[in-house]
Design a protein around this ligand. Structure first.
Ligand code: DC
Length: 491
């Protein structure tokens, strides 16, 4: 392909509108082959050059990503001087030099990734980005509860601290009724040399078989020994997302050593992205948080983005009547999303403003700014980019109808005005504001009217959405219904 202007490449790749792409370039967020290019005349070859936005590659066609079920006796290396079989000899892809991501011991079996994408290899193997991995381990003698707890607290071996995130007894046949204490499911981050074998030797057990069955969001699944398959683009995005989340959540392995909670494993094939829409105080956040916890999605509350535009405009003295200036602000690159833990937060000129966005001044003005078509266009492009970069759950007013009309699962929550006004009053109290019942009701109905009668992307029930009346169900029942709907579509 010919050399083209960067903004054209980014918009062709669906990253952002041409204007937003220009703003990203000028803000210094775009790099070509590792070098930031912040002038609008900059060009690149999308076939040959690696183009990144905020460090994340946007075009990955020339990379190959393969999941292999490594048999025992095969070396995790590209080649071996002694002529033993290696993982790369099992997946002969002539046009690309694949390398294994990390190691799996000679005697161990299971999931290993092979790729020629150095950025992903670096992300997944660097100690600051450790994603969790899961191993099915058979040991020579049963290990009781005390022994298992010791592994989770951490043991010392040859001057190193070895520690599992969780150790569960499982049934080798998969039957939940008959767990066998000689079969363990061990989850850990990192992976020091022979970590599982060594920690088990400290509690007097010998490993008979050790099979890795999950790396972050990627599961071994039904891949037979010696078999391999290409990853889907969604799986590649999920791996990038998991590695980045691991870094953001834990701040590296030093901090992680002090935390006891294991990372909840993401359901391997949980469908994504998920869309949740509904009027104010319909229960969207409660449902979103429960699904994030359950399936490992990253949450983007798009209302925060509209609120941030309102805040930025107020700070700059730009009224909602000046649509062009508001659109300019929304696409300027001053506003950015940053993932922290499992949620996106909003930064305005590098200041994290997320906690300021519920202030009454913003609350009272946001619907006017959200009604501006140009603002919506900018933010929708950013929301789509976000959803393409990691397994995401987006919450808002137009997610299922406009932002992600092809989302595999969409929810629309509703509740009577009375119920929602009561909830809003309670929320206001939580955010430290005093609001009477009638004020809360006025606030709710005013916002609803603006949001559902505006010309640009009014609040509607998206086609194909699962509609839940949260006034009738309690939170537990609503969450259970939504989980069941997602699991129904999980392959
Ligand atoms: O969900 P929230 O209350 O934080 O939303 C703030 C405002 O932004 C509200 O007026 C609706 C609007 N909004 C929107 O128009 N589209 C979205 N996707 C999300 C929010």
């Amino acid at each position: 392909m010919a050399v083209e202007r960067l903004q054209k490449i980014l918009s062709n790749a669906g990253v952002a509108s041409r204007r937003s792409a220009e703003a990203m370039i000028v803000a210094g967020r775009v790099a070509v082959n590792g070098k930031t290019l912040d002038t609008l005349g900059a060009r690149a070859d999308p076939e040959k050059d690696e183009i990144t936005v905020d460090g994340t590659p946007v075009l990955r066609e020339r990379y190959r990503y393969v999941a292999l079920h490594k048999p025992t006796g095969v070396l995790s290396a590209v080649r071996d001087d002694r002529g033993r079989p290696t993982v790369t000899s099992l997946v002969d892809i002539p046009e690309a030099t694949l390398r294994p991501v990390g190691r799996l011991d000679l005697e161990s079996e299971g999931l290993i990734l092979l790729t020629n994408d150095g950025a992903l290899t670096e992300l997944l193997t660097h100690p600051r980005h450790e994603v969790s991995k899961e191993y099915l381990v058979a040991i020579d003698q049963p290990l009781g509860k005390r022994g298992r707890e010791r592994l989770v607290r951490g043991v010392r071996h040859e001057g190193e601290r070895l520690k599992a995130d969780s150790v569960q007894v499982v049934s080798p046949s998969g039957s939940p009724e008959r767990p066998d204490p000689r079969w363990l499911l061990i989850t850990l981050h990192g992976g020091r040399k022979r970590e599982i074998r060594r920690m088990l030797s400290v509690v007097g057990r010998r490993v008979v078989t050790l099979r890795r069955i999950r790396i972050g969001p990627l599961a071994l699944g039904t891949l037979g020994s010696g078999e391999s398959r290409d990853l889907t683009p969604e799986e590649v995005e999920a791996l990038y997302g998991a590695a980045k989340r691991a870094e953001a959540r834990e701040g590296g392995s030093m901090a992680r050593a002090a935390t006891a909670d294991p990372e909840p494993p993401m359901k391997p094939q949980a469908p994504h992205p998920i869309a949740i829409d509904g009027p104010a105080a319909s229960g969207k956040s409660t449902l979103a948080r429960a699904l994030v916890e359950r399936f490992g999605y990253v949450l983007l509350d798009t209302g925060l983005m509209y609120r941030a535009v309102a805040l930025a405009a107020q700070r700059a003295g730009v009224p909602a009547s000046d649509a062009d200036a508001c659109e300019e602000l929304a696409g300027s690159g001053d506003l950015r999303l940053a993932i922290e833990g499992s949620e996106a937060r909003v930064r305005l000129l590098d200041e994290d403003v997320t906690d300021l966005l519920r202030a009454p001044e913003v609350e009272g003005a946001v619907s006017d700014y959200a009604a501006i078509a140009g603002v919506r266009q900018e933010l929708v492009a950013q929301q789509r980019f976000f959803a393409a970069m990691q397994p995401s759950l987006l919450v808002g007013r137009d997610i299922g109808s406009v932002v992600l009309p092809d989302a595999p699962v969409k929810f629309y929550l509703e509740a009577s005005e009375e119920v929602r006004a009561q909830r809003r009053g309670e929320q206001a109290a939580e955010w430290g504001e005093r609001q009477s019942a009638s004020e809360a009701e006025r606030d709710i109905t005013g916002r609803d009217t603006l949001d559902s009668t505006r010309a640009a992307s009014p609040l509607v029930v998206p086609e194909g959405a699962i509609v839940i009346d949260t006034g009738e169900l309690d939170a537990g029942a609503m969450i259970a219904a939504a989980i069941a709907a997602i699991e129904e579509r999980t392959t």
